[in-house]
Ligand binder design. Structure first.
Ligand SMILES: Cc1ncc(CO)c(N)n1
Length: 213
């Protein structure tokens, strides 16, 4: 097994990884053809877990054993709390999604599952377990975003959802997350496999849920 630890984790998460990165939602997003109600439902659910996600990221910042990844993760927290948060608010305005309709929509099963998984990982206070969930969330998104054709959708809501997940800084972040998990994961391989596999399954179901009403 010469492969990187994160590559072993990814392969063990099949078929869900491939099903997620080639999902109907991804194909429609790349073509700029996601129906507005699907995009709205998806972004409402995605915005729901921003809070748990930031707590998970904070737990990674707190438990990292070195300054360098702590600095890198800290800069990413700034992006998530800043530019990405602003994207959601601009997208909701463009889609005509107001706060009331956002609040009225219950959590999809996958959203509730993600929140629970992120809190569970954060509460382990184990850097390797926390990284396993973060690595899935960011690397799997980079993987589908990198498959986008060169010409982006005209609609900024769809175009920016792609470029937010494929740009030089985001590639660098994923390289850091993978490098860190390659470094600290093998000592706690079973724990990492468990969190990684569950997170990939939820990513696939999260896309499915955008189509279920
Ligand atoms: C469901 C999901 N997974 C990963 C990301 C990337 O941060 C996201 N925004 N949403």
């Amino acid at each position: 097994m010469a492969e990187r630890f994160t590559e072993q984790l990814r392969q063990a998460s099949e078929p869900h990884w491939s099903q997620a990165v080639t999902h109907r939602f991804v194909g429609e997003l790349h073509a700029g053809r996601v129906a507005p109600e699907v995009m709205g439902r998806y972004l409402i659910q995605d915005y729901r877990f921003l809070d748990s996600f930031l707590r998970l990221l904070g737990a990674a910042i707190a438990t990292a054993d070195r300054l360098e990844p702590r600095l890198r993760l800290g800069r990413f927290a700034g992006v998530v709390a800043g530019e990405e948060n602003t994207y959601f608010l601009r997208a909701f305005a463009a889609l005509g999604v107001d706060e009331r309709s956002r609040e009225g929509m219950p959590d999809a099963a996958s959203t509730a599952g993600f929140k629970a998984l992120m809190e569970e990982a954060a509460e382990t206070r184990c850097y390797a377990a926390i990284l396993s969930v973060l690595c899935v969330a960011e690397w799997l998104y980079l993987d589908w975003a990198m498959r986008a054709p060169a010409s982006l959708p005209e609609d900024f809501v769809q175009a920016e959802w792609i470029t937010l997940h494929d740009n030089p800084a985001f590639r660098d972040l994923v390289a850091t997350l993978r490098g860190e998990l390659d470094r600290v994961g093998p000592e706690q391989a079973a724990l990492c496999h468990d969190f990684f596999r569950r997170a990939v399954g939820l990513e696939k179901r999260f896309f499915d849920d955008a189509y279920a009403d």
